[in-house]
Design a protein around this ligand. Structure first.
Ligand code: PEP
Length: 253
């Protein structure tokens, strides 16, 4: 069953930061500064090893959702160090980042793997947040649209239309991630419009409800302008989400 995700979506990707103790401290500081709101969706993507601690710290705060940063393509087996989508679900995750640029570029994740992962995530009853984005070289060669659409179509290729309508997409230009260089709201809107049109083509008008997030050096200073941009339904934030105070400001933008 597809659930509608309230927009805007503010998603924090902590990457390989904030172990269980630091994650708990973060929430002790963040929660009192961020009152529950039905008008937005806040999702935390801690390292998988911090999931239990974060879940515990979030008791009484069902307004804040949990996700994992990656899952394996297979359901179970001899894959040392990996976790499956079903395990993530059992541990309390509702969302899974798939195809983050660090997975694609540092770990060699292919489009075929993102497709398998999205399908596994769907089977486990979780929601994929599929990340797409071009490198600086691709942008300079005017390939942004082609790259993003290829990654998008490949990523959803093994999902049902219904699950596509219930997913999240994050546009994250690789040149903006962790670099301090942000896409302008206009640049982000232009790519988001292309993504939206492709999603509607793939899954019908229900795809108008799919949150399309922007990610890449979003921070407390630029969050409001990015969120106000056409077709920008939320933010996926790395560096600036790791300070409780900054994250509270972004979530209140
Ligand atoms: C990310 O890792 O998804 C991200 C957007 O990172 P940053 O905000 O640090 O650029």
């Amino acid at each position: 069953m597809t659930r509608t995700i309230q927009r805007p979506v503010l998603a924090a990707n902590w990457k390989m930061n904030l172990g269980p103790t630091q994650a708990t401290e973060f929430l002790r500081e963040f929660l009192p500064t961020h009152p529950a709101s039905a008008e937005r969706t806040v999702i935390l993507f801690p390292p998988a090893i911090s999931l239990a601690a974060v879940r515990e710290a979030l008791r009484g705060r069902p307004d804040i959702q949990l996700g994992v940063q990656n899952v394996h393509t297979e359901e179970k087996g001899a894959f040392t160090g990996e976790i499956s989508a079903a395990m993530a679900a059992e541990a309390g995750a509702a969302f899974v980042l798939v195809g983050h640029s660090e997975r694609r570029h540092l770990f060699g994740e292919t489009d075929a793997q993102t497709a398998q992962k999205c399908a596994r995530v769907e089977s486990a009853g979780l929601t994929p947040a599929l990340c797409v984005g071009e490198t600086i070289e691709q942008r300079e060669r005017d390939e942004t649209e082609a790259v993003v659409l290829h990654q998008l179509r490949a990523g959803v290729s093994a999902m049902s239309d219904e699950a596509v309508r219930g997913m999240i997409v994050a546009y994250e230009p690789v040149w903006a991630i962790g670099t301090g260089r942000t896409a302008t709201p206009e640049d982000a809107s232009a790519v988001h419009r292309v993504i939206r049109a492709a999603l509607v083509e793939l899954a019908g008008d229900g795809a108008l409800e799919i949150p399309i997030l922007y990610g890449g050096s979003a921070n407390a200073g630029n969050a409001a302008a990015l969120l106000a941009a056409d077709q920008v339904d939320g933010l996926l934030v790395g560096g600036a989400s790791m300070s409780a105070r900054t994250w509270a400001t972004i979530c209140g933008s």
